[in-house]
Ligand binder design. Structure first.
Ligand SMILES: [Zn+2]
Ligand SMILES: [Zn+2]
Length: 411
């Protein structure tokens, strides 16, 4: 299979990696899409001595495993645990003393055509959640972990430091608690995404000293940490959500004098994250910056490290329909598919059709005849469309869930 391989801090795309053989209790998953996370970037800087396939944010289809999951789209918890050590028996499974971690510690990850994970780690993706959105389940779960650790309610004043990938999800989940929330960051465009959801935003100097019950540090840099520490009130709570590649200077005297509580926070619960996605209570589509094929993974990593860039996705699909031998079949396009210039993937459980959208015309790539049954579009030039061959979109960008595409295998 194809895989992105990390060795001696260097990445390269390999085509000769054997498809993994799942041991008892594990499932074989064909990866559809994966997200590049800061942890992956840190790995290439030597954050952990990891050799192998990175990647831990993914959506895939189970090819071998429990019959209830075979053929289904899944996401997966990244810690594979022993179930028998002291931590596991005490219920701290994400702290298993013998754990392996997908794409991070002693376990190949998701930037490949296939991965294996314990079947117990997998969660089926609800039909209403698009594959794009489901890629965010893992980081969204990590954002929700904060509320597992620190009770936050409507009376709390909460500061989020950082407007990046993690800060965005942390802010959106905290906003749902009804707390008085302020997000500070350095990027106007990123802050604007939050402001558009009614979240108060500003620069770091907006965060007054000692004003906040809880401050969540999501930048991973010492400046962000200093802002968060300064902003917490005496006996307040400082949550560290980012991993730090290096050492961090801590004003220990201030922690003691102000009796601050420091909380480190890592992986979180998947079920509520999927629920939030299914209910549409968090917006993840605006966080997608770009998508690349696996073969372009090195470019994708470069892009992901540019300042101001949010989530970069890798798509594993072969990008053609040759796998589908079924006869013409009506399928719903996943809800919320964003149609914009560039490739758009229409998802089916075991069959993918890549379509290219030009400014005003939706054209199936690779000469696959496609027929749009009933399209309902919003935006400029919105109209119901009933046609064959192509759909005139005329500047519309969003397809509503009712859109149906009939995909007929090419003769
Ligand atoms: Zn991550
Ligand atoms: Zn264990």
């Amino acid at each position: 299979m194809r895989a992105l391989w990390l060795e001696d801090r260097r990445l390269h795309v390999r085509e000769d990696v054997p498809i993994p053989e799942p041991p008892s209790g594990e499932a074989l998953v064909r990866v559809l899409r994966a997200g590049i996370c800061n942890t992956d970037i840190e790995l290439t800087h030597g954050y952990y001595p990891f050799t192998g396939i990175p990647g831990h944010e993914f959506v895939g289809v189970v090819e071998r495993g429990p019959s209830a999951l075979v053929g289904r789209r899944v996401v997966g918890e990244i810690n594979a645990v022993c179930g028998a050590c002291g931590a596991c028996l005490a219920g701290r499974r994400t702290h298993c003393e013998r754990r392996t971690v997908l794409g991070i510690v002693s376990r190949h990850g998701a930037f490949a055509d296939h991965l294996i994970l314990p079947a117990e780690n997998l969660h089926a993706v609800p039909d209403g959640v698009s594959t794009d959105a489901a890629v965010f389940t893992e980081p969204l779960a990590a954002a929700l972990e904060i509320q597992e650790q620190v009770p936050i309610g409507a009376r709390d004043r909460v500061l989020v430091v950082g407007d990046g990938k993690l800060g965005q999800l942390v802010a959106q989940t905290l906003a749902l608690t009804g707390c008085a929330l302020l997000v500070v960051g350095r990027h106007d465009a990123k802050l604007a995404l939050l402001a558009a959801r009614g979240i108060e935003t500003g620069r770091a100097d907006r965060a007054a000293r000692g004003e906040f019950d809880v401050a969540v540090e999501c930048t991973g840099n010492p400046e962000g940490f200093a802002v968060a520490q300064r902003a917490v009130r005496p006996r307040g709570t400082l949550v560290l959500k980012s991993t730090y590649a290096g050492a961090l200077t801590l004003d220990a005297a201030a922690v003691v004098v102000n009796e601050l509580t420091l909380v480190g926070s890592r992986c979180g619960p998947f079920a509520p994250a999927l629920r939030l996605l299914a209910e549409g209570r968090v917006a993840v589509a605006p966080l997608i910056h770009a998508r690349y094929r696996l073969a372009e993974a090195l470019t994708a990593f470069e892009d992901a490290q540019r300042p101001g860039v949010l989530k970069v996705l890798l798509e594993m699909e072969a990008g053609c329909s040759s796998r589908g031998s079924e006869a013409s079949e009506q399928r719903d396009v996943e809800p919320g598919v964003e149609l914009e210039r560039g490739p758009v993937v229409v998802q089916r459980p075991a069959f993918h059709v890549r379509m290219r959208v030009s400014e005003t015309r939706l054209e199936p790539a690779q000469k696959i005849p496609a027929r749009v049954g009933r399209a309902h579009t919003t935006g400029a030039g919105a109209e119901d469309v009933d046609s064959t061959a192509h759909v005139e979109l005329q500047g519309s960008t969003r397809v509503e869930p009712e859109l149906q595409v009939a995909i007929e295998p090419h003769e």
